[in-house]
Each structure stands twice: as C-alpha cells, then as structure tokens.
Design a binder for this molecule. Structure first.
Ligand code: AMP
Length: 236
C-alpha cells in the first residue's frame, strides 16, 4: 500500500516526508540536520555510521569486521551495510518514513535500496548538502563528542566551557578515531570516488535537491524542509 506524504491530524494536515536520503561529504552536517528533522517529522534518523559504531562498542561480529576499515577512512562492504539497513528498516518506527544519514554511499547500495523498497513505499527523495573543503576539515578535526550524553562540540567553533569536559554532565569528551586529518583526507577521497556518483544518480532521477550546508543550522533546516515539500509536491 502506498504511503501518503500528507496526513490529517487534529490540528490540520501534517507533512510526512516518507523515506529521505541526506547525502553529502563527511562533516557537512547530515547527522545534526537528521536529528532536527527526526524531531520535527516524528520519523527516525537511521545513520549507518552510528549503527556501525554501536556494533563496535558492543563488540558484535559485525562491529569487529567493520572496525579497522572505518579507522582507515574506507567503506565497509556493501553486503554488511545493506544487511544492517534491511534489519533496521523492519523496525515498526520506520513505517511512516525515515531519514537515512550516510546511506547509500556507493552505487551498489543505491541500486540495492531502490530494489529493496520496490513500490511498497513512496520512492526515496534525496537532499544533498554542500560545504567547502576547508570548512569540512575544521568541522571534522574539531569535533568532540560527550562520552555519556553524546552532545557534539567543536573545539574551534563551539567549544565546551572547560576543555575536554561536557557542559551538561561533566563527562569526558572524545574524538572519533576517524576524525583525524589524515583519515579525513582518505574519507574525502572515498567520497569523491564512490559517493559523488550516488549524488549524480539521484540528480538525474529528478528526486533530488541540493542545499548550501554552510548557512546557520536553522536556515539549513528550513532549506531542507522546503526542498522536501517541493520533492513531495506538498504545499508549504
Ligand atoms: P559516518 O559516521 O557517516 O561519517 O561514517 C563513518 C564511517 O562508517 C565511514 O567512514 C565508513 O567507514 C563507515 N560507513 C558509514 N556508512 C557507510 C556506508 N553506507 N557504506 C559503507 N561504509 C559506511
């Protein structure tokens, strides 16, 4: 049965964007925007990077297979990632739609996703975010995450009050193993070789818009929302 992008609620029609892909280079802000949109639309954010990191933290077989690949800034195999996404999409919270953050990252993943979804749901729509290289480098190498509440800081643009310590729970901050400059350069090469063609794929299909990820966070969110409404043919 097809899902509809507009649902009627007690307060009027609520926009439900269906399956959404947030695409872009490492550090463009996909995770941050996905979390805001998740709260806004009541649909889950599905980040393949977060799912992989959680498997590593739990010491699962999948996590053990993925760990060293991730630390080198390379991509985990399509089979592993597709299977992980297939399992996640079976969860009941994904029925009304979801925001895929960091997937698909290769053409085989994009082809798999289209055939996996078939005609059961609304077709996916893709929004790509763009940010200059130097800005990405600063965002990535400055990123620190609270080990407890997962709040994200940036030592250059949004530092904690006390260096290395979370403002909210005083827990130590950590840097992701793949957020150092050499690994970032490798991740950018991987992005250009494998993910840029995915962005072109959705651009050609016409289920695609691009937004400037360098503007303030709230403006980027508004631009993404406006793009989603246009892509689903809904009124603002
Ligand atoms: P992210 O948190 O999205 O920056 O992803 C961190 C790392 O996880 C990437 O550099 C890859 O090693 C791995 N990863 C995340 N998503 C994928 C994916 N869709 N395909 C392959 N590897 C992935």
């Amino acid at each position: 049965m097809n899902q509809r992008p507009l649902e009627t609620t007690a307060t009027g029609p609520a926009f439900v964007p269906g399956p959404v892909l947030l695409l872009g280079a490492p550090g463009v802000g996909k995770g941050k925007q996905a979390q805001i949109l998740m709260a806004q639309f009541g649909i889950p954010q599905i980040s393949t990077g977060d799912l992989l990191r959680s498997n590593i933290a739990k010491g699962t077989e999948l996590g053990m297979q993925a760990k060293s690949t991730m630390e080198q800034g390379k991509l985990v195999s399509d089979e592993l990632v597709n299977q992980m996404v297939a399992e996640r999409l079976k969860q009941p919270d994904a029925v009304r739609g979801y925001i895929l953050d960091g997937f698909p990252r290769t053409m085989p993943q994009a082809v798999w996703l289209d055939s996996h979804l078939g005609t059961k749901a609304l077709p996916v729509v893709a929004v790509s975010m763009t940010v200059d290289y130097d800005q990405l480098l600063q965002r990535i190498t400055g990123r620190r995450t609270c080990t407890v509440c997962k709040h994200i800081y940036n030592v250059f643009s949004n530092p904690p009050k006390v260096a290395g310590v979370c403002d909210f729970d005083c827990a130590p901050l950590e840097q992701r193993a793949d957020d150092i400059e050499t690994v970032f350069a490798e991740r950018m090469k991987t992005f250009a070789a494998q993910t840029a063609p995915v962005i072109e794929h959705y651009r050609v299909l016409g289920r695609f818009e691009e937004v400037d990820g360098q503007r303030p966070v709230a403006e980027v969110t508004s631009a993404i929302e406006a793009a989603l409404r246009r892509l689903r043919g809904a009124r603002a």
